[in-house]
Write a protein that binds this ligand. Structure first.
Ligand SMILES: NC(=O)c1ccc[n+]([C@@H]2O[C@H](COP(=O)([O-])OP(=O)(O)OC[C@H]3O[C@@H](n4cnc5c(N)ncnc54)[C@H](O)[C@@H]3O)[C@@H](O)[C@H]2O)c1
Length: 284
């Protein structure tokens, strides 16, 4: 079945969903954003407005273009408003049960030809797809944070994903101006499968080698030209998000490097989560 994508739904307008919805309206697509409360829909719109306004200030787009983009965004708390979408991208909390419940609801509500995509970082796309009666029309579309800035999208197919659906999702990512790669539904896909154990190693070195987080960051920045040090990167990602993803990968792969290092678990327990709390490896 050929798939033409004209109208897109984004479910969850938090960090990732707001960025994905922004990309969609920038690409000229009618976009419906769904959140759980009206206040959260408004928060999502404010985030998008804020970043588009920065684009105006920097001369990347005009005021009229910004207003036209915002006019393409419709907000709702009602899943049934997604019924006419050709593609729905889910970016809600990283919990399997919540995602499966939502996919079952989307499956009952959204037109049968529509593609359902999940932005999960670490859950099984196959298990999410299995909550629907259209697993062949479910893919992963894993954007990176901040979605409007980072070019990669991992487009994930399961054993049951229809080829035309996968190709449509891949082409859609290109239409958003992204650099998609084709992935299979394996734990951590490609980036997190590499990055999570690597960041965990960097944290373990702090204790094994008796050095400071700053020393580890300087080592990787000035010795290997990383644009940002690993500890600063974890502060940016959020210690909670990283530990959660590590635990997921550890459960799936059972390699000790995947398990969150004790130092990170202590930081999580202490609530020093990085930039979002003002304190992580570094102070903000
Ligand atoms: N933050 C990242 O760096 C990052 C990167 C790539 C992928 N992801 C993935 O993207 C997803 C979202 O992550 P986030 O960081 O944006 O989380 P977030 O907490 O910032 O946003 C999630 C939003 O979803 C909303 N929500 C929850 N249930 C909902 C429902 N049933 N319907 C509509 N909205 C609902 C919440 O109100 C919240 O605003 C997760 O699966 C996460 O693993 C996150």
């Amino acid at each position: 079945m050929a798939v033409e994508i004209r109208r897109v739904g984004v479910v969850g307008l938090g960090t990732m969903g707001a960025g994905i919805a922004q990309l969609c309206v920038q690409a000229g697509l009618e976009t419906v954003g769904r959140e759980v409360t009206t206040e959260l829909t408004q928060r999502g719109r404010s985030t998008i407005d804020h970043y588009l306004s920065r684009g105006v200030e920097k001369g990347r787009l005009t005021d009229d273009e910004k207003e036209a983009m915002l006019a393409r965004l419709t907000l709702t708390t009602d899943v049934s408003d997604l019924r006419d979408c050709d593609l729905v991208i889910e970016a809600i909390v990283e919990e399997l049960d919540a995602k499966r419940d939502l996919f079952a609801e989307l499956d009952r509500t959204v037109r049968v030809e529509a593609i359902l995509a999940t932005n999960t970082s670490a859950l099984s796309v196959t298990e999410i797809a299995a909550a629907t009666d259209r697993p062949e029309r479910v893919v992963g579309m894993h954007f990176f944070n901040p979605a409007p800035v980072l070019a990669l999208v991992e487009v994930v197919r399961t054993a049951r994903t229809d080829d035309a659906v996968f190709e449509a999702a891949f082409a859609f990512a290109e239409r958003l101006g992204k650099r998609p790669i084709a992935c299979n539904d394996t734990p951590g896909f490609v980036v997190n499968r590499i990055l999570i154990p690597l960041l965990n190693d960097c944290v373990r070195v702090i204790d094994e080698a008796g050095v400071t987080p700053q020393a580890v960051d300087d080592a990787m920045r000035y010795g290997t030209n990383w644009p940002i040090g690993p500890c600063a990167l974890i502060d940016l990602i959020g210690v909670d998000v990283h530990v959660h993803a590590s635990e997921g990968l550890w459960e799936a792969v059972r390699e000790p490097r995947m398990a969150p290092p004790p130092r990170l678990v202590r930081m999580l327990q202490a609530g020093t989560l990085g930039r979002k709390t003002g304190q992580g490896f570094f102070s903000y």
